[in-house]
Design a protein around this ligand. Structure first.
Ligand SMILES: Nc1nc2c(ncn2[C@@H]2O[C@H](COP(=O)(O)OP(=O)(O)OP(=O)(O)O)[C@@H](O)[C@H]2O)c(=O)[nH]1
Ligand SMILES: [Mg+2]
Length: 313
């Protein structure tokens, strides 16, 4: 697979092919990423997340308009962790994005779905972002639906994480408390043409008041009407403000090459080398059977597996 060697000059069709490979074959993915990794690190990655229907895709479309008008090239990855196939929601996204798809040198839109492999979706999305980065996209926007663990993993990839809400979703804000509230850098109250936008804004402000961030950044809140393009310019300005904050405080590099990232790569490598090997799978299966028959307890069984694999000295 030498497609990846020429990634810098590659066209969208080649990049699309590479993304399909990394989605379907994790071992090949590792090789591709090895080839292209040195070309990554130039794109600015923005995560956009929120409940179904709050207007994420409309907002992303408007963001794309602004970035394109500044002559920046954009990659969009629309992730749907809820559907095992590229289903309805994504199709809707594609249609809304069509305006940009004809602008194929400037905007590259890609959908990713679970295909029954939840553990893999975050990894595949990360690698797809690497590919778009290496092919020279200035901006990469990742849209995810919902606020589960997969979305959190994906959002962590982004330098700027945007959480989109809509008025009248008070319960949603409560539910978000645990995860997304803590990692959102910018909160968008979209559909500000609906009643209750000010209430939603107040509620978010209150929730944010509770916890301070490690980075010292104070999250921003903005109201938009994405379907009319209202507030988008100000929203993109806030993204730029956050970007500048990260750069001024040397936080962008840390996020890119930090410990988290390295540990993730090591874990993935170990998984591929150890757990996914046929011979080892067999050993694991045998020990699972012993657990099921209550001949072994899980903790000591895990130790046994490591011993059998020669990893527990
Ligand atoms: N009234 C109003 N409608 C909006 C606004 N923004 C988006 N919409 C509409 O809301 C609907 C959902 O918008 P999408 O952009 O598809 O929302 P989404 O969050 O991407 O949806 P999923 O990807 O399915 O989760 C569409 O009919 C949009 O036209 C807004 O600011 N005000
Ligand atoms: Mg959408």
């Amino acid at each position: 697979m030498k497609l990846s060697k020429n990634i810098k000059n590659s066209d969208i069709a080649t990049a699309a092919k590479l993304i399909t490979i990394i989605e379907n074959d994790r071992a090949q993915a590792a090789n591709i990423i090895k080839d292209i990794f040195l070309h990554t690190g130039n794109a600015y990655i923005i995560g956009v997340t929120g409940s179904p229907g709050v207007g994420k895709s409309t907002l992303v479309g408007e963001m794309v308009n602004i970035f394109r008008s500044q002559n920046l090239s954009v990659g969009v990855i629309a992730v749907d962790s809820s559907s095992p196939f590229s289903g309805g929601a994504i199709l809707g996204d594609r249609i809304r994005m069509q305006k940009h798809e004809s602008d194929s040198t400037g905007v590259f839109v890609r959908s990713m779905a679970t295909r029954g492999n939840l553990g893999g979706l975050a990894k595949a999305t990360r690698d797809a972002a690497y590919i778009m980065d290496a092919m020279g996209r200035d901006i990469i926007i990742i849209e995810t639906v919902g606020v589960g663990q997969v979305e959190l993993d994906i959002v962590r990839l982004a330098y700027t994480s945007v959480v989109v809400l809509a008025p009248g979703m008070g319960d949603d804000i409560q539910a978000m408390k645990a995860g997304i509230m803590e990692i959102g850098d910018i909160f968008v109250v979209n559909k500000a043409d609906h009643p209750g936008a000010d209430d939603a804004e107040r509620e978010i402000k209150y929730m944010l008041h509770i916890g301070m961030r490690k980075s010292g950044w104070e999250p921003e809140i903005i109201k938009t009407i994405a379907s009319k393009g209202t507030g988008i310019k100000e929203f993109v300005e806030k993204i730029n403000k956050h970007k500048k904050y990260l750069e001024d405080n040397n936080l962008k590099e840390k996020k890119k090459y930090g410990q988290d990232q390295l540990i993730k790569l090591i874990k993935e490598k170990l998984e591929l080398q150890i757990i996914k090997k046929k011979k080892n799978k067999k050993i694991i299966k045998q020990i699972v059977e012993k657990i099921v028959k209550k001949e072994k307890k899980p903790y000591s069984a895990a130790e046994d597996v490591l011993k059998k694999l020669g990893l527990n000295k």
